[in-house]
Design a protein around this ligand. Structure first.
Ligand code: HEM
Length: 263
C-alpha cells in the first residue's frame, strides 16, 4: 500500500500529501460537523437566520396571545403564568420544562444575532465599496440597515422588559407599586400605568412590527421560496402577522392607561 502511494506520488498522480510514515497520525485534520459546515457558508447563515426567526416569531405570537388573558382579569393571567411554570408537573419538576423552553428561546436568539452579525461581516468583505446607484442603495437601505437598527432596539427593549417584568429590578418611574414576584397581572398594570413606560412599550412594539414584517417577508427569500407567484401571499402573510402581534401588544399599555385593565 505504502509502495503504491510512493509510486503514485513520484508520478505526480497522488492526491495524498507526502508525509513521513510513522504508523501514528502526526496531525489530525479538524473535522467539522455537518451543521457547522453548512453554517460556515452565507447560504447556511441565511437558513439559520430564517429558522431562528421562525422560532422567535412563534414566541412573540404566543406571548401576545397569552397576554390577552389580561382582559379576563388577574386570576386568569396569574393562573396562566402558573400553568407555564408547572408545565408537565408532576412528571417533571416544577419549572423544569419552562427553563428548557427558555434555554431554547435564548439559543434561537443567540443564533439569530450571530447569523445577522456574521452575514454583515461577509457583506462588508464582499462589497467594501458602497453601492453607487441610488436605486440599489435604497434596496440595501431597507433590507439591511433598517433591520439592523430595529433589531438592536428591540433587543434593548427585551433586556429592559425582562428587568421590568421578570426580575422586577427596574421601573422606578413614578411612585407606588413595587414589583411583587408571582403577581403577574398586578406587575403589568403597575408598570404600564406610568405613561413614559407605556409610551416606551408602544414605540418598541411598533419597531418590533417593522422588524417582524420585513423578517417574515425575508424568510421565504432566505429559504429559497421566492417565486414571484407567491409574492402577494408573502406580502399578506408578513403584513398580517406583524399587524396581529403589534395590535395585540400595543393594546395592553393603552388599555392600562385608559383604565380598562386595572388592579
Ligand atoms: C405590551 C406587551 C407585552 C407585555 C404586556 C408583556 C408581558 C410580559 C410579562 C408579564 C412577563 C413575565 C411573565 C412571568 O413572569 O410569568 C413577560 C416576560 C417576557 N417577555 Fe413580554 N410582554 C410584552 C411584550 C413582549 C415582547 C414584544 C417581547 C419580545 C420581543 C417579549 C419578550 C418577553 C420574554 C423573552 C419574557 C421572558 C419569558 C420567560 O422568562 O418565561 N415581551 N412579558
Amino acid at each position: 500500500m505504502a509502495k503504491t502511494q510512493q509510486a503514485l506520488a513520484k508520478a505526480g498522480k497522488s492526491q495524498v500529501p507526502r508525509q513521513p510514515v510513522t504508523g501514528t497520525a502526526l496531525s489530525v485534520r479538524k473535522k467539522r460537523s455537518f451543521l457547522a459546515d453548512i453554517y460556515s457558508t452565507a447560504v447556511g447563515k441565511k437558513y439559520a437566520m430564517a429558522v431562528s426567526g421562525i422560532a422567535l416569531m412563534g414566541f412573540v405570537l404566543f406571548h401576545m396571545i397569552g397576554n390577552l388573558k389580561m382582559y379576563l382579569g388577574a386570576v386568569e393571567l396569574d393562573h396562566y403564568a402558573e400553568f407555564l411554570r408547572a408545565l408537565l408537573y408532576p412528571l417533571a419538576p416544577k419549572g423544569a420544562v419552562l427553563w428548557i423552553l427558555r434555554g431554547g428561546l435564548l439559543a434561537m436568539l443567540a443564533l439569530h444575532l450571530h447569523a445577522a452579525w456574521s452575514l454583515t461581516v461577509l457583506n462588508h468583505q464582499a462589497r467594501p465599496v458602497k453601492y453607487q446607484s441610488p436605486r440599489d442603495y435604497e434596496v440595501a437601505n431597507f433590507a439591511s440597515r433598517t433591520m439592523r437598527y430595529s433589531g438592536m432596539i428591540v433587543l434593548s427593549f427585551i433586556i429592559w422588559h425582562l428587568l421590568d417584568l421578570t426580575f422586577g429590578v427596574v421601573n422606578t418611574v413614578g411612585t407606588e407599586g413595587a414589583y411583587v414576584k408571582g403577581e403577574v397581572y398586578a406587575n403589568v398594570v403597575r408598570s404600564l400605568d406610568r405613561w413614559p413606560v407605556a409610551v416606551f412599550y408602544i414605540l418598541a412594539n411598533l419597531l418590533l412590527g417593522i422588524h417582524l414584517r420585513h423578517g417574515a417577508w425575508s424568510i421565504f427569500q432566505s429559504l429559497g421560496w421566492n417565486n414571484p407567484r407567491f409574492n402577494t401571499w408573502r406580502w399578506t402573510f408578513a403584513t398580517a402577522f406583524a399587524a396581529i402581534v403589534v395590535i395585540g401588544n400595543v393594546s395592553f399599555p393603552i388599555a392600562v392607561l385608559a383604565g380598562i385593565v386595572k388592579v
